[in-house]
Design a binder for this molecule. Structure first.
Ligand code: GLU
Length: 544
């Protein structure tokens, strides 16, 4: 086809496209960026599900943009209409808001490089497609599903590369007349790129995380526009990242094999390529094998799991930070007064292979996170959790603000703050006994321990709510010596035969009777919260 024919073809296929490539480029001028500033994008497909990998992706985009004084934007990649799920974009937006991963621009706000939803950019893609047709770099392909299937089967049998390329690309050199004939018959078509690739050549991906990766050059005439007129992901994202001036594409490493296609598209289109950072998936060990986290098998794969489990969004982010850079955890433990954004994240320190999803680590991070909060903060955040998930306890918390805060404040402000709370659910689990209603209804109140009730009853005679901690302790010591208990563990250990037990045993029995637990924060404070009448009531209740 000569130039005139190519223009005729382009007009025939895309008659409504009148804007030129130069005109569209002028609408997306280069960004004014500081030295080293990164422009990143979170580009989810609205499929109705947000998984932890999506969240990690958005978090990475956010961190690297913010730490370099750059831009982070959100782009919805909804060109696959079959996978589109109603309101999926809302879920993505809510998740980002909830996690405080706020983009500078994009699909949920505004910005000068939009629209940020691919289905609204059809004209833009077609402008580039028309330009490619005019330059003889792309062509309409009328091959049917059956023909493609036949080619594929033959290629599989002969162990050849799968796809439309070389002599399989039968429509590559159709004449204008032949194309017109197809069109007059109403034959449907896709547009393919004319790949100049050579299967004996290789390309190198300079990945920011994984280093240099050598891959075979692309030889396939990839589809760039589907039958419905929408572009493929491969084509659309290359155009968008170019126009939106993305400097680093951060995405899952399942995209690495597609890189040669993307590089080739950039080269054909004359674009400067962005840098790429492909991160490894989260994995799990199962029967000695390592596998990717899965939607079907692992509840923690879904972002909604963390909310339901009462894991605070900040703790999830801290956990992701430990996955992103393995040296983060140590830094976090040493820097109790800093935000994770003060940590110098780097692509180079990201794991290159799969990262184990370590539930124990998540749990520890959560405990440390809670241990650094003020009692009031835990109360406020916990209240929101219970409002959503447990109406009964929500009402209890609401009516007993001071009491709950008082409980949460025990052993919180010293050098080694308590770490009994890992989730919002633990607030109820740890403090339910301070509420009579919950204490008596709890099955653990049917207990089996041997308790010296004479001792506890006598203790109640001297116990006073107004005692200081020292006075309280002295009274227990006195009680111990009056009943042949050692006043200290050391004393007991020296001559165990002389004693029934030691002071710790008395405290343990008391704790057990009034709380139903073997471990609680400081007993003195718990007793104060309960008050003498309630303590007596519990001893009596238990004695029966
Ligand atoms: N829309 C693609 C996905 O959801 C994004 C890949 C990319 O970030 O380039 O997997």
């Amino acid at each position: 086809m000569n130039e005139e024919e190519r223009r005729e073809l382009a007009d025939l296929l895309l008659p409504n496209i009148t804007t030129t490539r130069d005109e569209i480029e002028a609408r997306y001028p280069a960004r004014k960026l500081k030295e080293g500033a990164k422009v990143t994008r979170f580009a989810p497909s609205p499929t109705g599900f947000m998984h932890i990998g999506n969240l990690e992706s958005a978090f990475l985009d956010y961190i690297f943009a913010i730490q370099s004084d750059g831009y982070f934007y959100v782009r919805l990649e909804d060109t696959d209409q079959e996978r589109y799920v109603e309101k999926a974009d809302q879920l993505i937006q809510e998740t980002l808001v909830n996690y405080g991963i706020m983009p500078n621009e994009g699909a949920f706000s505004s910005g000068e490089y939009g629209p940020y939803v691919q289905s609204k950019r059809q004209e833009i893609y077609q402008i580039y497609i028309k330009d490619l047709l005019i330059h003889g770099l792309a062509y309409p392909c009328f091959m049917s599903k059956e023909e493609l299937q036949e080619i594929r089967e033959g290629q599989e049998l002969r162990k050849e590369a799968i796809g439309v390329y070389g002599h399989y690309a039968v429509d590559r050199d159709l004449s204008l007349e032949e194309i017109k004939k197809h069109l007059s018959q109403g034959d449907s078509y896709v547009i393919r790129i004319k790949s100049p690739g050579d299967m004996n050549k290789q390309v190198i991906l300079h990945d920011l995380i994984k280093g240099d990766i050598t891959l075979p050059e692309n030889i396939i005439d990839e589809v760039i526009m589907k039958k419905d007129g929408l572009p493929t992901y491969h084509f659309a994202h290359v155009i968008d990242d170019h126009l939106m001036h993305t400097t680093v594409v951060i995405r899952g490493d399942e995209w690495i094999p597609s890189y040669p296609k993307h590089l080739q598209l950039c080269q054909i289109l004359g674009f400067k390529t962005s840098k790429y950072a492909h991160y490894a998936p989260l994995t799990k060990k199962e029967n000695g094998n390592v596998r990717k986290l899965s939607k079907r098998k692992d509840p923690e794969f879904s972002v909604s799991y963390y909310d339901e489990a009462g894991i605070p969004v900040e703790a999830v982010k801290l956990f992701l930070a430990t996955i992103i850079n393995t040296n983060f955890e140590e830094w976090y433990l040493q820097n109790s007064d800093k935000s994770y954004l003060d940590f110098p994240f780097s692509f180079k320190k990201m794991p290159t292979g799969g990262t184990l999803f370590d539930t124990e680590k998540l749990n520890n991070i959560c405990r440390t996170y809670f241990s650094r909060l003020k009692a009031e903060e835990i109360y406020d955040d916990g209240l929101k959790f219970y409002q959503k998930y447990d109406e009964e306890f929500y009402q209890i918390m609401l009516a007993n603000k001071e009491k709950v805060i008082c409980f949460l404040d025990i052993e919180r402000n010293g050098k080694r703050p308590r770490k009994d709370i890992a989730t919002y659910k633990d607030i109820k689990k740890e403090c339910s006994y301070i509420f009579s209603d919950l204490f008596y209804q709890d099955e653990t109140s049917v207990r089996e321990k041997e308790v010296d009730f004479d001792l506890l009853n006598q203790y109640m005679e001297v116990y006073s709510d107004s005692d200081s901690q020292d006075e309280w302790y002295q009274k227990i010591q006195l009680l111990a010596s009056n009943h042949s208990y050692a006043k200290s563990v050391k004393e007991y250990k020296n001559t165990p035969d002389v004693y029934k037990g030691h002071i710790g045993d008395i405290c343990e029995a008391l704790r057990y009777v009034v709380t139903g637990k073997t471990q609680t924060p400081n007993l003195y404070d718990i007793l104060k919260i309960l008050g003498k009448d309630e303590i007596k009531k519990r001893i009596n209740f238990y004695q029966k």
